[in-house]
Design a protein around this ligand. Structure first.
Ligand SMILES: Cc1ncc(COP(=O)(O)O)c(C=O)c1O
Length: 379
């Protein structure tokens, strides 16, 4: 099946009891057993829920993977990957990472004796230099949040395979419609389902996919043991959201391009980070590993003043000032004080998250309204 057909049908069969075309919300915590240990494959809903299984199969199909596992949040999914590690293990990851991932690694898992190297993962030679006998995992995001840098998934996968490491890719910004990291050799793909997969800013969820039997078993064991499972109602909403993923993404990409092209010509704008520009350092790579360039854009202002960025972020009317991304509505955010506030100022500035940086999640509203809104807010 092609992507659009999978988005609508994968993992979903008409309900066997009634023929209901939509997967029912199995709002139950437990399942009645005929005799001790004799059940219909379901014993307790932390372990398995039919609505969740349908969603897991759907997300796996969209990523071209064998297995999917859903979690109560994107962070819950990342936490499960970190739980594959043990004290003394080392992780190579990017220096331009979602703030919550940075916080989980440094404030939670460093306490358990795991060492993280936050480095320039855009340079494969730098990755190689940091591999040692304790390295177990390479964790990357591409495009990165919020700098829109592109990391070479295939190059990372070659290093991972050479040293028998796990390569995990946070694919939240691209969505499975634009990029399938498994195709380029990733072992685990992670999504904040909260974003494009859900698509309507009405829930929080995470997912992991893998084609590796051993990793799937370990991650499913962690989900059942640690209990970060999503509820069936949210799984239903995501199944519904995914049915329009391809249509939404096409419009996000169209509107994203128009907004990027508008910003780059604006006299008050300094730098626009969007991989669709031919002079973006990751443009060729993005063309290779992505289908299109998406609706995420960040930009800084001439003079780099915090108050100028705050003024713009508070003046937009169609773009709402809010954390998160990937919903049908356009959002504007100020990474340094919002999504990336948990990263020390020096670290984030080194990565380009300067005081005047603003991040846009370009939604699927009418492009004329979006451009008019930015025009009036920039002044
Ligand atoms: C790139 C990226 N990864 C992970 C997360 C965490 O996901 P969640 O908010 O669903 O826990 C986010 C949230 O903003 C994100 O943007």
């Amino acid at each position: 099946m092609k992507f659009a057909t999978k988005a609508i049908h994968a993992g979903q069969e008409p309900d066997p009891t009634t023929g209901a075309i939509m997967t029912p919300i199995y709002q139950t915590s437990t399942y009645v057993q005929e005799a001790p240990g004799k059940n219909k494959g379901f014993a307790y809903a932390r372990g398995k829920n039919p609505t969740r299984i349908a969603l897991e199969k759907c997300i796996a199909a969209l990523e071209g993977a064998k297995y999917g596992i859903c979690f109560s949040s994107g962070m819950g999914a990342i936490d499960a990957v970190a739980k594959l590690l043990k004290p003394g293990d080392e992780v190579i990851t990017g220096d331009d990472l979602y703030g919550g991932t940075y916080r989980l690694f440094t404030k939670v898992y460093e306490n358990f004796g795991i060492k993280f190297h936050f480095i320039n993962v855009m340079d494969p030679a730098t990755i190689e230099q940091h591999v040692n006998k304790n390295t177990k995992l390479i964790w990357i995001e591409t495009p990165t949040n919020p700098m829109m840098n592109i990391v070479d998934i295939e190059a990372c996968s070659k290093i991972a395979k050479k040293h028998q490491l796990i390569l995990a890719v946070d694919n939240t910004f691209a969505s499975p419609y634009l990029q399938n990291p498994i195709e380029f050799g990733a072992d685990i793909v992670m999504h904040s389902v909260t974003k494009y997969l859900g698509g309507h800013s009405d829930l929080v969820m995470g997912a992991l996919v893998t084609s590796d039997d051993g990793l799937y078993e370990r991650l499913a064991f962690i989900l059942n043991s640690s209990g970060a499972n999503p509820g069936p109602q949210d799984c239903f909403l995501v199944l519904r959201g995914i049915k329009t993923l391809h249509v939404r993404m096409d419009r996000h990409c169209f509107n994203g391009r128009k907004v990027a092209e508008f910003l780059v010509t604006h006299p008050k704008v300094d730098k626009v980070n969007w991989p669709g520009f031919e002079n973006h350092p990751g443009h060729a790579l993005a063309k290779k590993q992505m289908k299109d360039f998406g609706g995420m854009i960040s930009f800084s202002l001439k003079g780099n003043k915090l108050e100028d960025a705050f003024k713009i972020a508070s003046s937009t009317q169609v773009f709402s000032l809010a954390e998160s991304l990937g919903g049908v509505e356009s959002l504007i955010g100020h990474p340094a004080s919002m999504t990336h506030a948990s990263i020390p100022a020096k670290e984030r500035e080194k990565a380009g998250v300067v005081d005047s940086l603003l991040r846009l999640s370009v939604g699927i509203e009418d492009i004329e309204d979006l451009l008019a809104d930015l025009r009036q807010a920039l002044g």
